[in-house]
Design a binder for this molecule. Structure first.
Ligand code: SF4
Length: 155
């Protein structure tokens, strides 16, 4: 599992963004900003992903899609909220159908602010996510080792 730190795969979901932040996420993936230099690959399948990038705010239409996608990503995983809409609802937070930022429905590890979030900030958020991913991986490994030791004591 040590490969995670070096080649995490990301999945991007547009909750209800104006597409401003989505364009910046795509820019981060292009050769100009080249997020792949960190070994990061974009995938369309949540079951292959380690880092969940979400743009836009949560509403009744996308709430369940967001939860379903999150639950399909295997542990350990990291969620990065991209842009002020994903962080807090942003300019849409007073809308009748907007619940707020994505942390209303799934846990968020890294918040990348901005409207739109800049590609440099998105890359910074993803790189912060790598450290969190590694901490979660180590915590899971320790928990597993603890469980095995307890099972060994019981024998
Ligand atoms: S933060 Fe700004 S650019 Fe990004 S989705 Fe919201 S309104 Fe659009």
């Amino acid at each position: 599992m040590t490969y995670l730190k070096k080649s995490p795969w990301i999945i991007h979901y547009d909750a209800s963004s104006c597409n401003g932040c989505d364009i910046e996420v795509l820019a981060a993936l292009t050769p100009l900003y080249d997020v792949e230099r960190f070994g990061i690959v974009n995938t369309g399948n949540p079951k292959h992903a380690d880092i969940f990038l979400v743009t836009g705010s949560v509403n009744e239409q996308n709430r369940q899609v967001l939860i379903n996608t999150y639950e399909q990503i295997p542990d350990p995983k990291v969620v990065v909220a991209i842009g002020i809409c994903a962080t807090s609802g942003g300019i849409f937070r007073e809308c009748y159908n907007v619940m707020g930022g994505i942390d209303k429905v799934i846990p968020v590890d890294v918040y990348v602010t901005g409207c739109a979030a800049r590609p440099e900030s998105i890359i910074d958020g993803v790189v912060q996510g790598l450290g969190i991913l590694e901490s979660k991986r180590l915590a899971m490994a320790e928990k597993r080792a603890g469980s095995r030791a307890k099972a060994g004591d019981a024998v």
